[in-house]
Design a binder for this molecule. Sequence first.
Ligand code: ITT
Length: 195
Amino acid sequence: NHIVIATNNLGKLAEFKKLFAPKHIEVSSLKDYPQIGEIKETGLTFEENATLKARAVAKQTKLPVLADDSGLEIDELNGRPGIFSARYAGDHDDAANNAKILSELAGVPLEKRTATFHTTLVLMKPNEDKLVVDGELRGLILLVPRGNNGFGYDPLFWVPEKEKSLAEMSAAEKNQISHRGRASEKLLKLFDQWW
Ligand code: ITT
């Protein structure tokens, strides 16, 4: 079994490789298909954007494709950055995105900094048959970043049950509880029947 992961994000790719390894599903990514140009994420929801990515890549590779659209929804910011998480501060720059979140939440105490990490996964065949699952993780946005693992907003995302930020967890620990890990678990349960 071979799936193309429709992502340019190396952090996501590393997590999927680990999550799919026990199923013996081989994965490639957009790095292996440099001819596929930028895919405009013009949708209004995670599912629409994941579907846009999956469809564009399935069309061009004629292979089954998995697309991931994710984001951080902060309650105090009315759900922002949400689907705009990747380019919240303009460019896709993790450090600038994190700095913008911290400045927007300046003065808000930890207990009011509740947030949800969301992932929607779309698995699509070249005939456009699709399987959609999602996963969420609740936590708190820290006052200062913690940890060096992971990617993106991980250093800001505190998981109270684990008493760690996502960036203080190993890849295996994060996959066990994360939005992406939970969505992948659902996907893998449905996979054999769908495939
Ligand atoms: P692709 O579209 O190529 O997959 P992307 O990074 O642009 O890559 P999204 O459009 O889904 O992905 O944007 C998600 C944003 O949220 C992006 O800034 C990520 O760094 C961040 N993000 C997603 N999952 C995350 C996670 O598990 N931990 C921390 N940050 C995450």
